[in-house]
Design a protein around this ligand. Sequence first.
Ligand SMILES: [Mn+2]
Length: 387
Amino acid sequence: MYKLYSHNDLDGVGCGVVAKLAFGDEVNVTYNSVGGLDYQIEKFFEDAGQKNDDFLIITDLSINEENTERIENYMKNGGSAQLIDHHKSALHFNGYEWGKVQVNYSDGRQTSATSLLYEHLVENQLMIPSPTLEQFIELVRQYDTWEWDKLNNIKAKQLNDLFFMFSIDEFEGKIIQRVQQDTDFDFDEFEQKLLQMEDNKIERYIKRKKRELIQANIGDYCAGVVHAESYHSELGNELGKEYPHLDYIVILNMGGRKMSFRTIHDHVDVSEIAGQFGGGGHAKASGCSMGKEAFQLFVVDLFQSEQLRMDAPKNKLNVKENPNGVLYEGRSGDKYFIFVHAGDWSIDINRKKNSQTFSDYQDAVNHIKRSDYAWLVKDDIFEEYSK
Ligand SMILES: [Mn+2]
């Protein structure tokens, strides 16, 4: 029997779909959270006892040192195991015969656990290539790596929306049936309708969350902190774009005692930040459980903090990057007038000249947003100031 332990997100369940298509009734699949896997693997070895006839497969997740040791012993005693992952934080498993971790393809594209497992099984002639399945796998890969956003492939995002609208069992069943029967991987009419409704719902949710964001200096970085149960990836991306002066976004899920880190910037590696709290992941998306230290830092210390004010959204006069001048106001009450002077962006503070200049508009804005939580003021205040 194959025993697959995979992650409980879209990429993890994609692995389950691939395994079930390859092995049918010969595979037993369980889905786990990042924090829950080690216990399940420990249990696998307890149940196995002296037996070694199960083929253990782990995908899209990492295991601790104890379980690494257990796999080594299992292999020595004639058992079979394979760990397939694409997270940078798992690269050390390549040091083991049973580890296969790859972050990028040779052409630079990022990998996903689902695509790696599929390719592994095809290479080892454990499954026949299927073009329809490959379409599904590519959508999973694009969603998991967030490549869909760059390619503007909304279908990948919709696949993930659909994943959250059904139970894992229902989703798996739908996908397996579709891959086996259809020549193209598409959504049916009912699903399209559901997706439209879900899209509107997510938009409203994100709009609300934009107003709940708290800015905090944590370590060397300026972070945006928000509480949210759902839509972590969409939220991290939208908040990151709305507030580009923030180095990264932290999303706290209090019920699940988990937190996610997201960034749209290249100068921050959020897998390192999650690593400081015992988690891991990718450079642009990572997560960890909420321990005592993280709880103090991100929840207790910030609970009384004021929420960040958004830039006025509908201005006609006070518009960003206007070389003649853009007006911001800070939490201190100070007014910041940013304008081009001698080829650089200058800032007047309360109508007084400030010697600091910036070559880039966004750098000037970042400066006042980080130091004084500044926001773009509405047109009427701008008009008043310009009089
Ligand atoms: Mn993944």
